[in-house]
Design a protein around this ligand. Sequence first.
Ligand SMILES: [Zn+2]
Length: 415
Amino acid sequence: MPARDAKRRLPARKPQPASTQPAHGGARRTAEGLTSGRILRPSIKFLPEDVRDHNRSLVLQTLYGASPQSRADIARLTRLTRVTVSDLVAGLITEGFVIEIGQREDSRPGKPATLLDINRGAFQIVGLDLSDDATLRGAVLDLSGTILERHQVPLGGSTGAEATAKVIALAEGLVDRTTRPILGMGVGSPGVVNLAGVVLSAPNLGWSNEPLQESLATRFGIPVIVGNDARAAVLAEHSFGVGQGDMMLVKVGHGVGSGLLLNGSLLFGSRGAAGEIGHVVVGTQGGAECACGKFGCLETWLAAPRLHARIAAARAFDERRPAPVVAEPILREAGRYLGIALAPVVAALNLSEIVLSGPGDLLAGPLVEAVSQTIRDRTMAEIHGDLTLRMSTLGDDIVIRGAAVMVLSGQLGVS
Ligand SMILES: [Zn+2]
């Protein structure tokens, strides 16, 4: 039950050193950092002591979504009283999250209103993407989600403790590159990640029950949120792309995973594995053997290394015809299998949008067309006919930016 899961909180963090930890009141966090965003709905029952944090997030979200605004604008938009807004804004200015940026030039009589904005350059966020099988990547971002600095560490086939050491080396390189106080560190990891940021299982990195969030938080003394990479990606699409509130993002890379936003809430599932569709067997006609031991898992049809290998083999066999012509039936077949896997999900959840993220040479074109056709063939047009299927516009940085959303959401309640 996602609703129940979403109410669970991350464990209390250790006290943070004053130099790196912003001295704010600390919005309540749920898994992967989500709190009461404007669109990402609060899944929390607010106790009286939470009200101030909630209102503080409302003020920040109002400014984050559309700034500059005056105190009176914010009061009108949030339906908080002017006194409450002034009080909260005063606190946020002291903490360094909000700045006054001048006065509104208007012709209305009386004193011109002072305009406020989020102090987007005052803090920085460290975002890590562990989803690539060859390179661990990361970036330093400002509060708008703009990438300021990049760093990467080759994975070199490392697994287990060696892989963890390389993640820490990457994080260290990024922390060294920051030039402002760090709001927090977000990490998008492959595999199943529970609500406490423990990677329960990530076969490619050789991790099982890896307490990554705790290791990084202890090592760096800053707030850290570790979540699944596809869930990070769906958050990025929602905040920085053009995503809607009922959306599934299917991430194709070394494996296949997905993140689901329903009614603006991120789904976690009972074991933190919502969206893990890669090892669902598709069809009844066998298929290739999967790393998990089954035959015909979605990953065996769709994972990027498998598709590249099949296309290369077909081209070696048929050198006369142009490469795209040789690749087309392979990509169409992969798209059809993805469509077969997605149709019941679309029907069960009445999704409005499916977004594909991954290598454009594989996904855009015949593959996405076949997904669309297959879903249309297998669902009721009058209910699901307006489903949008498209490629993500965020490219290779989608997980890094999603990791930043986890931090923004967890620390400030904005998204
Ligand atoms: Zn499998």
